[in-house]
Design a protein around this ligand. Structure first.
Ligand code: FAD
Ligand code: NAG
Ligand code: NAG
Ligand code: NAG
Ligand code: NAG
Ligand code: NAG
Length: 468
């Protein structure tokens, strides 16, 4: 199920290879009859939001085609199955909100859910390690976040529209939402909540400098409730089951290993030229649904309007990497969280391993690694190895050794965002106004937030317009 890094890289660079292909009106005559697909909607991206849109539209009696660059559906969902024990380990998306859309979607595929945090249970030692030195920071005690969470909840209650799916940003934008998050934390004395928010915002980058809007949106009232009362997880600990079942149901309507060569939205229908393993195909559809991260670098060949181009050019993104390591030499009952003494809130400096977490398979540790900008997979891998080896050099874990990557997944781009200035100048009002223009609907985390239940609820809200 796992994409090797070289495979992933080759998919990511594919759109770049075709930049030389100048956009031109797509000629139908250039395709064999059996290479032309006619559908009600063509969906670009078969991750969380794209798959939800495909299933939802089919349930409304519409025909779809899904164009996905990888060889599987599910996007940020990663599941590894241990060959020896057949134990599945989710190491991408793990938890879901306890909301009706989540329970009904999993029910639809007969996948049982249970309450959980997705984190290790049972007896283990949490160690706080400075990965820049390999030292055990024995003096570090995480703050009790209770009072800070209460103060944060009071702030969140000021912005009920941001707890709903989509970007319903108050207009004019309240000044507090434009503050760098670090200033907002100080202003409202939320210091005790920072390490927990940092844990859930792995991959965002330097959280203290990011506009507060992104935390109010992501670390929302409903998310806070999940943190305090527990989330849902799949009982079989195999989140990919959802996407395998969806793929089976969608059958030939999913084009895997496929990329968009060009789009043409100038006529009555939308035309999408697609490079598939079986050659070039033309999808002619009434509506276009774009569920991929809308960075310009990811939209080569798309006939973007000036307005779309101007909005998407403002996005920047964090970077998150995850996977499973064998042979770390770190005892099974030790979980590690990165800290750095003498920095604000003891947050580690990027790029860094965020932590090494327990899994259900003895010997395997899950890692999360992040930066505020993308890195090469080789750099990420070698940095992880050297950070773990420092544990031995420093004498913290005498058995620490050279880890073996059993699974590795590059989740760049992650958490698209714009500057406080752009937010103040109506970025999200403009972004929201794109829906339905030029027969195109936009979904995915950039149009909502990095939360499965919320992304599905947002996508659900678009289906009526797409199906019309
Ligand atoms: C490591 C990690 C852990 C997470 N854990 C959780 C969690 O526990 N719970 C939770 O609710 N959320 C979690 N999230 C957030 C998660 O991103 C969202 O819940 C959700 O997956 C976002 O959906 P999406 O459709 O926007 O993106 P994705 O699910 O990533 O879907 C985008 C899809 O588009 C494809 N694609 C991209 N570019 C192109 C292109 N040019 N052409 C064709 N296809 C393309 C991608 O391959 C991908 O399949 C996590 C994210 C990461 C990175
Ligand atoms: C996609 O590519 C992978 C790796 O090359 C291959 O194993 C798989 O069969 C391909 N799937 C499809 C549907 O083309
Ligand atoms: C989910 O929330 C509902 C209340 O909305 C509650 O009754 C139920 O017990 C929760 N389920 C789990 C598994 O936590
Ligand atoms: C680090 O120190 C703490 C506190 O003394 C201890 O509980 C933990 O076991 C140590 N971790 C390692 C990996 O030595
Ligand atoms: C991890 O290493 C151990 C010891 O070498 C080996 O038995 C096991 O199969 C490895 N696990 C994986 C998933 O590679
Ligand atoms: C939003 O659109 C308005 C009107 O076109 C424009 O003046 C403004 O600059 C846009 N804002 C951003 C951040 O792109």
């Amino acid at each position: 199920m796992l994409l090797s890094s070289s495979r992933l890289l080759s998919f990511i660079s594919l759109p770049a290879l075709i930049t030389s292909l100048q956009y031109s009106a797509i000629e139908k005559g250039a395709y064999e009859a059996d290479s032309i697909l006619r559908r009600d909607a063509v969906i670009i991206g078969g991750g969380s939001s794209g798959t939800y849109a495909a299933i939802g539209l089919r349930d409304k009696g519409k025909t779809v085609a899904v164009i996905e660059q990888k060889n599987l559906l599910g996007g940020h969902t990663n599941t590894y199955t241990d060959p020896a024990t057949k134990t599945p380990v989710d190491y991408g998306v793990i938890v879901f909100d306890n909301s009706s859309i989540v329970t009904s979607y999993f029910n639809r595929f007969n996948i049982p859910l249970t309450t959980g945090t997705g984190r290790a249970t049972g007896s283990f030692t949490e160690s706080y390690i400075d990965f820049s030195t390999g030292k055990n920071i024995t003096s570090y005690v995480p703050p009790d976040p209770t009072a800070a969470f209460n103060a944060y909840a009071t702030q969140l209650q000021k912005y009920p529209s941001l707890n709903k799916p989509g970007w319903n940003v108050p207009d004019p934008v309240p000044a507090d939402l434009l503050l760098p998050f670090g200033d907002f934390v100080k202003k409202y004395k939320l210091d005790g909540a920072v390490p927990t928010i940092y844990f859930f915002a792995q991959g965002f980058g330097d959280i203290l400098s990011i506009p507060t809007l992104y935390f109010v949106k992501y670390f929302s009232l409903s998310f806070l409730q999940g943190v305090e009362t527990g989330f849902l997880i799949t009982s079989r600990h195999d989140n990919s089951e959802l996407y395998e079942k969806a793929r089976t149901e969608l059958g030939d309507d999913v084009l895997l290993n496929s990329t968009v060569l060009s789009t043409d939205r100038s006529g009555t229908d939308v035309k999408v030229s697609v490079q598939t393993p079986a050659g070039k195909k033309l999808v002619i559809a009434k509506k276009l649904v774009i569920s991929i991260p809308p960075l310009l670098s990811n939209l080569n060949g798309f006939d973007l309007t000036d307005n779309e181009r101007s909005l998407f050019s403002q996005f920047t993104s964090g970077a998150l990497y995850t996977g499973l390591l064998n042979h770390t030499g770190i005892p099974d009952n030790v979980e590690i969280t990165a800290v750095k003494p003498n920095t604000p809130y003891n947050l580690p400096q990027l790029p860094t391993l965020y932590g090494l977490y327990l899994t259900a398979v003895p010997g395997l540790k899950q890692f999360l690694y992040g930066n505020s900008a993308p890195l090469s997979d080789n750099d990420v891998r070698s940095s992880i190895v050297s950070q773990i080896q420092k544990l031995k050099t420093a004498g913290t874990i005498p058995t620490a050794s050279t880890p073996e990557f059993v699974a590795y997944s590059n989740h760049y781009p992650y958490e698209l965002r714009v500057s406080a200035d752009a937010i103040a100048k109506g970025f999200y009002k403009n972004l929201t106004a794109l829906q339905g223009q030029t027969k195109t609907y936009w979904t995915g985390a950039a149009f909502d937030r990095h939360d499965s239940g919320s992304v599905w609820a947002f996508t659900e809200g678009l289906l009526g317009g797409i199906a019309a």
